[in-house]
Design a protein around this ligand. Structure first.
Ligand code: G3P
Ligand code: CA
Length: 247
């Protein structure tokens, strides 16, 4: 069997509301080895699991996460915007934007990895690194947590706060990030699938872990399994887990 791990992207984004507790539970039920989640910080310093800086696209609320308290964000549904999914159930309407604490608590019984992407590449959230680490230390148990970001200073801040953290740079290009791995002590790279599959020859001699996002097509998933990358991050974890089980 391949050692490639299957990570559910924002849960099981292709089939269930992204970054919701129900989506995470479904991805776990579909056999993921890990979950990828996105985090932002609220006006009152809480860490919430949502992809965008604003509520508008994925909830029935609006405004910036940074301008709202956790209690205010909890007033909105994080599931009602997804009735087009064939699995849609009315109970999705009561899904809320989860806090990082709630996600860590949901995962407690499961032996899976967690990739926390800190969404710090567009907005500055002073103190987000400290608050994320505090929650993981309090509620994460001994789970393997990988911290990723497009924003290198965020990763270096995490490392400065706790040298034992596993940090991985998100990138769409392959040359300079390799230099970063060597000189800055990153544990890995998270590259997009097109960059990886069009630069396969450059993957040899990679330092650290390589996880690849967002691989949704069957041919992409099969090629990445052949390449034995460390993880495939996908919106369709059930499909990827099936191809993995065939190996
Ligand atoms: O972590 C990989 C991937 O999630 C990065 O892109 O926009 O889906 O967060 P995005
Ligand atoms: Ca992400």
């Amino acid at each position: 069997m391949t050692g490639t791990k299957i990570f559910g992207h924002r849960g099981a984004k292709g089939s269930y509301p992204e970054n919701t507790l129900i989506g995470f539970q479904k991805a776990i039920d579909e056999g993921v080895d890990g979950l990828e989640i996105d985090v932002h910080m609220t006006a009152d310093g809480e860490i919430v699991v949502i992809h965008d800086e604003r509520l508008d696209r994925t909830t029935d609320g609006d405004g910036y996460v940074k301008d709202l308290t956790l209690e205010e964000i909890k007033e909105y549904s994080a599931g009602s915007r997804f009735p087009h999914f064939r699995n849609y159930e009315a109970t999705w309407d009561i899904e809320k934007v989860p806090s990082l604490q709630e996600v860590l608590e949901l995962l407690t019984p499961y032996d899976i990895e967690l990739n926390i992407e800190l969404k710090t590449n567009r907005l500055l959230y002073t103190g987000i690194e400290e608050n994320v680490l505090a929650l993981v230390h309090q509620y994460g148990g001994d789970r393997k947590v990988i911290y990723s970001s497009f924003h290198l200073p965020t990763l270096l801040r995490l490392k400065a706060l706790d040298e034992s953290v596993d940090i991985a740079l998100l990138s769409r290009e392959i040359s300079h990030p390799y230099d970063y791995i060597q000189t800055l002590g990153l544990e890995g790279l998270h590259l997009d699938v097109n960059t990886v599959l069009s630069n396969v020859h450059q993957l040899k001699g990679i330092f650290g872990d390589l996880r690849v996002w967002t691989a949704n097509e069957s041919n992409e998933i099969k090629q990445l399994l052949d390449l034995n990358v460390n993880a495939i991050i996908t919106d369709f974890p059930e499909k990827a887990a099936f191809y993995k089980s065939e190996r």
